[in-house]
Ligand binder design. Sequence first.
Ligand SMILES: *Cc1c(COP(=O)(O)O)cnc(C)c1O
Length: 435
Amino acid sequence: MQLYSTNNKNLRVSFQEAVFNSMPQDKGLYMPVEIPQLEKGFITDIEKYSLPEIAYKIASTLLGDEIPATDLKALIEDAANFDAPIVKLDKQTFVLELFHGPSLAFKDFGARFMSRVMAYFLKDGEQLLDVLVATSGDTGGAVALGFLGVPNTRVTILFPKGKVSEVQRLQLTTNGKNIRAIAVDGTFDDCQTLVKQAFADDELNSKFRLTSANSINIARLIPQTFYYFNAYAQVKRQGFATIVFSVPSGNFGNIGAGLLAYRMGLPVHQFIAATNANDTVPRFLETGVYETKPSVQTYANAMDVGAPSNWVRIMDLFKEDRKVIQALVKAYRFTDEETLAGITEIFEKFNYVACPHTAIAYLATKAYAEENPTDESAKVFLSTAHACKFPEVFSAEMTAKIELPEQVKSLKNNPEVYDELGKDFEGFKEYLLKK
Ligand SMILES: *Cc1c(COP(=O)(O)O)cnc(C)c1O
């Protein structure tokens, strides 16, 4: 697999280089030079395959000979070791549950695969790999649990102080070992800016072997394609010929992976980008003007992103052709009030407790279905996190229905350890140099 930079189509790096660099020097994003097509037969017969089989097929098609077959198979079986089932809500509506991994969010798919790919490429005796990651809540937990105990690695997580839920914070701060957490006095965008500045800093780069675990890393994007194919296999088993995906979006890595799957040959009828008040992309699709804004805080805090870092990848996938993207991706945005009403509606109609992100994807699905009453596709909205990660939005009746997974019960027994910093780069740099 060869990759270029979205800022320099002549650049060529291997998958291994792209994984460790995370971002090209020119501040573009890595993209595959060629997007390989899956054979027609594989798509036609996809309902015969399990999730690990589908994952191996896609990964090997994309990666080529970068990782030998037996190693790649073992890596995928270890990384994708939990299910991604669809749950039927009504005749045409399904929720794709992506929260059955260790941190209870879809980011486990990306983080587990990436940490194992990095560990695979790391040779004995090499310099310690320093993973820097900014999180609005869920990335940090997935990355921490993905890397926990992986030799020769150290993870530094920056999270916006007071803006993550208790379960999220515990997932970041109770690990110890090779994981350290920093509460930044600022927003998620501030955390992300600090990480980007660190990568651009010569002194830090000469002292440390830095890499990013954010959704800009190509090794996070690839495994997120797996569950799109697997969801299609599941609706095919239920007799549907076409599929619509609704994706609750923040940095647009998740829907970006879906669009990559589409470009590899997954026959998706329509994508729906669902956002909260952070609506940079919906506004762009309406007006053609791409204008980022400072993020605003909402109940769906993992989507509080004013400058979605993966959007350039989506533009690149479709050769910057806004018309093509507009046709394939419908965008909807919802306020906090609407989100709460959505949570109530899902509970009352389907007896299902959905986290705020999931509720936004549901509302977008519903809006799309109302506008397109003749579309007989299976409508699949992605549930990106377990409801217990966002307890503050639920009524007592809903809370009583939420089953706490084992992973959460054990967190509360561990001591919390984290440092606190401001949002200035100098302070963060000093921390990295001195700690
Ligand atoms: C990260 C996250 C999102 C947004 O995903 P992107 O890939 O950044 O668009 C949505 N929901 C939850 C629960 C998340 O953790």
